[in-house]
Design a protein around this ligand. Structure first.
Ligand code: DC
Length: 230
């Protein structure tokens, strides 16, 4: 008998390791993985390149009409790559400039409507793991499994710093900490679908877990859920 497919929503603060877990979980279950944050980052890149001002509603609406986003799986890198209007923007969207602006762009109602609609479309056949801030509350309120990830701020800062330092030797711990705190603040306090724990979410604090350990836990939750539906 075919195993029933489910939707897995992984939400949480910035740099909690959501993408790492979501990616590995999707790989184990042979599900699609969608990094919803990459979509907001790509939209931010487009806005910056085209001088779109976020509080100019008409400019935002017309810019969104010109934005085409898609993911493509790179077999060699074993990860999915974000494309903006046909261009691979994976590297560009990870830099600090985008991280500084993205929460502001992601707080705009029209931007969220645009992204959420595409995210819901990705999940129409289930068999998907998506990570973000509002996946369990807004994108897939009926997701069969919802995980809310959290970790100590000092650990999150260290992890992000290590990641960014590879490509930017000038980056400081202070800069990374300020950016994470600012994004958490904006993401939690914005008007449209703020970062919240869905009422039926399971909290996963990975402060003292290895990647392998967190994967084992999430895989067990997923399998329990899938088996309960057979
Ligand atoms: O997951 P990330 O750090 O790459 O996300 C970048 C930003 O995008 C994050 O600071 C808030 C926003 N975001 C969002 O508002 N909703 C999502 N579902 C995912 C990301």
């Amino acid at each position: 008998m075919m195993r029933q497919k489910i939707i897995i929503a992984i939400d949480g603060f910035s740099s909690c390791g959501k993408s790492t877990l979501a990616k590995h979980l999707a790989c184990k279950l042979q599900y699609i993985y969608v990094d919803s944050g990459a979509m907001y980052r790509a939209i931010t890149l487009y806005f910056l390149k085209n001088n779109v001002v976020v509080n100019n509603k008409a400019a935002v609406e017309s810019a969104l009409k010109n934005i085409h986003l898609h993911f493509m799986f790179d077999e060699l890198l074993a990860r999915s790559i974000m494309y903006l209007n046909g261009e691979d923007v994976e590297q560009q969207i990870r830099n600090m400039l985008i991280s500084e602006k993205v929460s502001e762009v992601a707080a705009v109602k029209q931007v969220r409507t645009f992204a959420v609609q595409q995210q819901q479309n990705f999940g129409k056949n289930k068999g998907i793991v998506m990570d973000g801030r509002d996946i369990g509350t807004t994108v897939f309120p009926n997701a069969e499994l919802k995980v809310f990830m959290t970790a100590d701020i000092s650990i999150r800062v260290q992890r992000r710093f290590k990641e960014l330092h590879v490509t930017d030797k000038n980056i400081t711990i202070e800069e990374v900490k300020n950016n994470l705190e600012m994004r958490d603040y904006i993401d939690t306090n914005r008007e449209v679908s703020p970062l919240r724990k869905a009422k039926d979410t399971i909290v996963l604090d990975n402060s003292s877990l290895t990647e392998a350990q967190q994967l084992m836990i999430a895989l067990q939750w997923s399998n329990e859920k899938i088996n309960s539906l057979q």
